[in-house]
Design a protein around this ligand. Structure first.
Ligand code: ATP
Ligand code: MG
Length: 574
């Protein structure tokens, strides 16, 4: 049982938001009613691409900027009209090569306009797109392409070598972008594919037809192939409205790579379903470049991840103040728990609340969020979206009362929900228990209905009979001025069951010493709890993370115990 501690709420500022009446919405929200927004309500003909792109052209907004792309080499912008034409071309090219509805076409390339054109072109003909992160090495690429039985891959010459073409019997051809030369008969040029026809093409599909095949981040083990269907648009549209607070004149930027669920759901569909101009940026985190993108494009709504906010926090306030961020009005974070310290930093430095929201690849869109119109309790992931039944259940599948820690579970089904684990229906069935979708995360709900994340169920530490969530300890650790990042695990101990070990990286200017570690331990002891203070520390240059920025505690644990580290395909290079 948790003690309710006094939390300092951060009040909403000047909400012009349409979810003011949260409690009432919870009672009345009906996903089926949302479909009235979509043209298929009248026509019965469904395709994400129509609602996200073509529709705006039909409604006279063809000249509006759909996206601005920027990286260190390119800076380009595309209207909805241009995007419609280009993606029709790509779709025609694919059709000519024999790609049909339901076929899997994967994308394996760095972020570029061509990546987004390809993705939309694939969906336009009813095929299923499989976005793959550019950093995957051969083994990871092989697994995903073979598991999905992909018929084609869109890639660039630099990455082509990592595709084991001859080991993939289903792979018929490879589209090469960024070059005018082929080196193998199975290759075809992006530019050739685009040259066939401008004709309008649209394959109308069923709401339940497959749209994207997204592999999970691999934080806890082998990535699972999550199938998302066109019906997800209902949820992604609402997520854009209620969680990202998107309005017609916004300029939205979600920093996630399309290889992860956030990069498509929030990075493409939510803004476009809401007709909003989207900034797409290539490359990894770079404080100056990112701040200058916010400034240059007058970004109004920004969605990033805790790791990026922590890295920004490590920069001097003076640096941040040299950028004009006055257009920024709404900031979001997801993917990992957002430390209260980061929320406080956002208040002080950006003068904005950072709105944490919780979801997973399998949920396809946000499930629980800090809404603009509600007070934020720093450290909490907020309240469920109206229309979502979120609860805490015990190991027997019974719902628990407030303040009791247990399994975070969702009542199926919701529109963006996973429809199957590709090639593995048994794994899909394992998500469900006693009528609930069990997330694998551990959390509790407070008496006012805010949800608080504890950790992955497998990461929760048991020390001297006390349950300790690694996130709480990590959050206290990063509050200490010397600590930049922290990953916490339980290490088996004959007396206490487990003891807490913290892997930390130090901020510039700090050196490892007994006194410093004692000071950090004392900080956790006095600010959190004596039993939660790490007994063992290890200082490292970096903490193992997935490329989407999640701390890989299972890797820390395997190192600690001298066990095999398992699938590392999604781990960031250090
Ligand atoms: P795998 O399922 O392959 O082990 P993964 O669970 O990291 O990898 P994702 O689907 O990308 O793959 O991530 C979902 C998980 O991320 C959630 O289960 C949760 O643990 C974590 N997460 C996402 N958003 C938040 C958040 N706002 N607060 C806390 N945790 C979050
Ligand atoms: Mg997961």
């Amino acid at each position: 049982m948790r003690e309710m501690t006094a939390v300092q709420e951060i009040q909403p500022v000047g909400s012009d938001f349409n979810l003011d009446d949260y409690d009432n919405m919870v009672g009345t929200m009906d996903w089926e009613k949302v479909k009235e927004h979509f043209t298929w309500h009248k026509t019965g003909k469904v395709n994400m691409v129509h609602e996200a792109i073509d529709r705006h052209v039909e409604e006279g907004k063809g000249n509006k900027t759909a996206f601005i792309f920027e990286d260190t080499e390119r800076s380009e912008s595309y209207t909805f009209e241009e995007l419609k034409t280009l993606t029709c071309r790509f779709a025609n090219g694919l059709k000519k090569k024999g790609v049909q509805k339901g076929d899997r076409v994967f994308i394996f390339m760095p972020r570029s306009p061509e990546l987004y054109i390809a993705m939309i072109g694939i969906l336009r003909i009813g095929a299923i797109a499989g976005p793959m992160f550019e950093a995957f090495m051969e083994e990871a690429v092989r697994e995903r392409l073979s598991d999905s039985g992909a018929k084609a891959v869109v890639t660039v010459p630099e990455l082509y070598e990592r595709i084991p073409v001859n080991d993939l019997p289903n792979l018929e051809f490879i589209v090469l972008a960024n070059t005018e030369e082929t080196t193998d008969e199975k290759q075809i040029l992006f530019s050739d594919l685009m040259s066939h026809s401008d004709d309008y093409v649209m394959e109308w599909v069923d709401r339940e037809d497959g749209m994207l095949l997204i592999y999970t981040s691999g934080s806890t083990g082998k990535p699972k192939g999550v199938l998302q269907v066109h019906d997800a648009m209902i949820h992604q549209y609402i997520g854009g409205k209620w969680v990202y607070d998107l309005k017609e004149d916004d300029v939205f930027w979600c920093t996630a790579d399309p290889g992860w669920v956030t990069g498509t759901s929030a990075g493409m569909w939510s803004p476009w379903l809401n007709g909003v101009t989207n900034v797409l940026r290539g490359g990894r985190f770079d404080a100056k470049e990112w701040l200058s993108t916010l400034e240059k494009y007058k970004v109004t709504v920004w969605f990033s991840a805790p790791t990026a906010f922590r890295l920004l926090m490590g920069q001097s306030d003076d640096l941040i103040k040299t950028y004009d961020l006055s257009h920024l009005r709404h900031v979001l974070s997801a993917g990992e728990p957002l430390n209260p310290e980061v929320v406080r930093w956002g208040q002080e430095t950006l003068q904005l609340r950072i709105h944490d929201n919780w979801w997973m690849t399998e949920t396809g869109a946000p499930i629980c969020a800090n809404f603009r119109s509600l007070p934020i309790r720093p450290g909490s992931m907020g309240k469920p979206l109206p229309g979502i039944e979120l609860s805490i259940i015990d190991d027997d599948g019974n719902e628990l009362p407030p303040l009791q820690m247990g399994n975070l579970a969702i009542k199926p089904k919701w529109p963006a929900m996973i429809r199957t684990v590709w090639n593995n229906p048994e794994r899909y069935e394992q998500y469900f228990f006693n009528g609930w979708f069990v997330t694998g995360d551990s959390a509790y709900k407070d008496e006012d209905g805010y949800f608080w994340f504890e950790g992955r169920v497998d990461d929760v530490i048991n020390t001297s009979g006390e349950r300790v969530g690694p996130f709480e300890v990590e959050s206290k650790l990063v509050e200490h001025p010397a600590v930049a990042e922290a990953g916490v695990i339980g290490v088996p101990d004959s007396v206490r069951g487990e003891v807490i070990k913290a892997f930390i990286t130090l901020r510039d200017g700090y050196k490892e010493s007994e006194e410093l570690l004692e000071d950090i331990r004392e900080h956790v002891k006095t600010k959190l709890a004596a039993h939660a203070a790490p007994r063992i520390f290890e200082i490292r240059d970096s903490i193992p993370k997935t490329r989407s920025g999640k701390i890989m505690r299972r890797v820390l644990k395997a190192w600690e115990l001298g066990l095999p580290t398992g699938d590392l395909s999604t781990m960031e290079d250090n």
